[in-house]
Write a protein that binds this ligand. Structure first.
Ligand code: HEC
Ligand code: HEC
Length: 328
C-alpha cells in the first residue's frame, strides 16, 4: 500500500511530562514536515523494532516493552512501572489497545497525540533518560535502521520517522476477538451463562456504562471515581493548574482488563474483586467524585458474574498475535 501522509505534525515535549517537577506546559512545536510514506508495512516493522529496542534508553538497558508487555496487553503487572536504573515511576502502566479513535493519551489525558506520546519516555529521567536527537544519532549510525527508514520513508531516520513509525506500529494493536466480541457478532455460546448475567449487571443494573461505554468500554471522559478523599497524584491539574482538575483522570478502557492487574492510576487495587468492592461502597468522598458513582449491593454470586463478564473482554489472539511480538 502506498500513500502520502500530507503533514506530520506533533509536539516535541521538551520537559518530562509525568515527573512532578517538570513544566509540562513547555512544549515546542516542531516545524511541520512532509513525510512521504513509501511502504507502510515497512514503517510498521520499523516501529516494531524501535518498540522492542533498548537503544532508546540512555544506557541501552530498557525498551518500551519493559513496561508494555504483550502477554499482559502491554502493561507490566507492577503497581507502578520501573524505568532506567531501577527507578520507580509514579503511575501504573496502561494497556495499549485500539488507538484508532482515542482522543487523549496518558492517564489524565494531558497528551493529545499518539505520536507526541512516543517522545515522552525518551526524556523522562526515570524512563529512558535520553534525548530524541541522540536517539536519532543512534538510528542513523545503524545500517539496519537506515535501511528500513529508506525503504519505508525514502530518507534517513529522523525524529519524525521515529515518532511516526512507532505510532503506526501501535495503531496496529487492534483487539476485537474476545469472547465478548464473538458473542456480539452472533455466537451466542461465546459467553457462559454467568458471563451473560454479568453483562446485564454491568450494562443494566449498575451504572458502569455511563463511563465505560462503546467499543473500547470508555467514553474517554475526564472524571473522578472516588478512589481517595485526598490524592497524592494531582491528575490533570498538573497540566491545567486548575483546582477543578485536581484528581481528574481519563476513564480507561476495560478491554483485556483480566490480564492488566493491578488497577487504577497507581495500581492500588490488586484484583477485579477489589475494584467491584470499591465501586460498591460508592467511593471516597472527593469533592470531584462523579455523581454517577453511588453505593450498590450485589450478592456474592452477582459479583462473580460481573467479574466473569469482565474476563470475557480478554482477547487471547491479541495478547499472542505474533505480529506484535519481539522481532529480535
Ligand atoms: C518505565 C516504564 C515505561 C516505559 C519505558 C514506557 N512507558 Fe509508556 N507508559 C508508562 C506509564 C507509567 C504510562 C502512564 C503515564 C502517565 O499517565 O503519566 C505510559 C503511557 C503510555 C501511553 C499512553 C496510553 C494511553 O492510553 O493513554 C502510550 C501510548 C505509551 N505509554 C507508549 C510507550 C512507548 C511507545 C514507549 C517507548 C517509546 C513507552 N511507552 C515506554 C510506562 C512506560
Ligand atoms: C464516572 C465515570 C465512571 C464510572 C461510572 C465507572 N468508572 Fe470505572 N473508572 C473510571 C475512572 C476515571 C477510572 C480510573 C481511575 C484512576 O485511575 O484513578 C476507572 C477505572 C476502572 C477500572 C480499572 C481500569 C484500569 O485499567 O486500571 C475498572 C476495572 C473499572 N473502572 C470498572 C468499573 C465498573 C465495573 C464500573 C461500574 C460499577 C465502573 N468502572 C464505573 C470512571 C468510571
Amino acid at each position: 500500500m502506498r500513500f502520502l501522509i500530507p503533514y506530520l505534525t506533533f509536539l516535541l515535549i521538551t520537559n518530562g511530562i509525568y515527573s512532578d517537577k517538570s513544566n509540562i506546559k513547555t512544549w515546542n512545536t516542531l516545524t511541520v514536515q512532509k513525510v512521504p510514506i513509501m511502504d507502510s508495512l515497512v514503517a510498521i516493522e520499523l516501529g516494531r523494532h524501535l518498540f522492542y529496542d533498548p537503544i532508546l534508553s540512555r544506557d541501552s538497558s530498557i525498551s518500551c516493552s519493559t513496561c508494555h508487555q504483550q502477554q499482559l496487553a502491554f502493561t507490566d503487572g507492577l503497581k507502578t512501572s520501573i524505568g532506567i536504573k531501577q527507578q520507580r515511576v509514579s503511575r501504573n502502566s496502561p494497556t495499549l489497545v485500539n488507538f484508532e479513535n482515542q482522543p487523549l493519551f496518558l492517564l489524565d489525558g494531558v497528551n493529545p497525540s499518539l505520536q507526541a506520546q512516543t517522545l515522552v519516555p525518551i526524556q523522562e529521567h526515570k524512563e529512558f533518560d535520553f534525548h530524541i536527537l541522540l536517539v536519532v544519532e543512534r538510528l542513523k549510525n545503524s545500517a539496519f535502521y537506515t535501511l528500513l527508514s529508506k525503504k519505508a520513508y525514502g530518507i534517513e531516520p529522523n525524529e519524525y520517522i521515529y515518532a511516526h513509525s512507532i505510532a503506526t506500529f501501535e495503531k496496529t494493536f487492534v483487539s476485537n476477538k474476545s469472547p465478548f466480541d464473538q458473542y456480539r457478532q452472533g455466537d451466542k455460546n461465546a459467553l457462559s451463562e454467568s458471563q451473560k448475567r454479568g453483562m446485564n449487571i454491568f450494562t443494566q443494573k449498575l451504572y458502569c456504562t455511563k463511563c465505560h461505554f462503546g467499543n473500547n468500554f470508555t467514553n474517554y471522559s475526564l472524571t473522578n471515581n472516588g478512589l481517595y478523599e485526598a490524592y497524592a497524584d494531582s491528575g490533570r491539574m498538573r497540566l491545567t493548574e486548575l483546582e477543578q482538575d485536581r484528581a481528574i483522570f481519563k476513564t480507561p478502557t476495560l478491554r483485556n482488563i483480566g490480564v492488566t492487574a493491578p488497577y487504577m492510576h497507581n495500581g492500588s487495587l490488586p484484583t477485579l474483586q477489589e475494584v467491584i468492592e470499591h465501586y460498591a461502597t460508592g467511593g471516597k468522598n472527593h469533592k470531584h467524585k462523579s455523581e454517577i458513582i453511588q453505593p450498590f449491593t450485589l450478592t456474592p454470586k452477582e459479583k462473580t458474574d460481573l467479574i466473569n463478564f469482565l474476563h470475557s473482554l480478554t482477547d487471547q489472539t491479541f495478547i499472542s498475535n505474533p505480529d506484535f511480538s519481539n522481532p529480535f
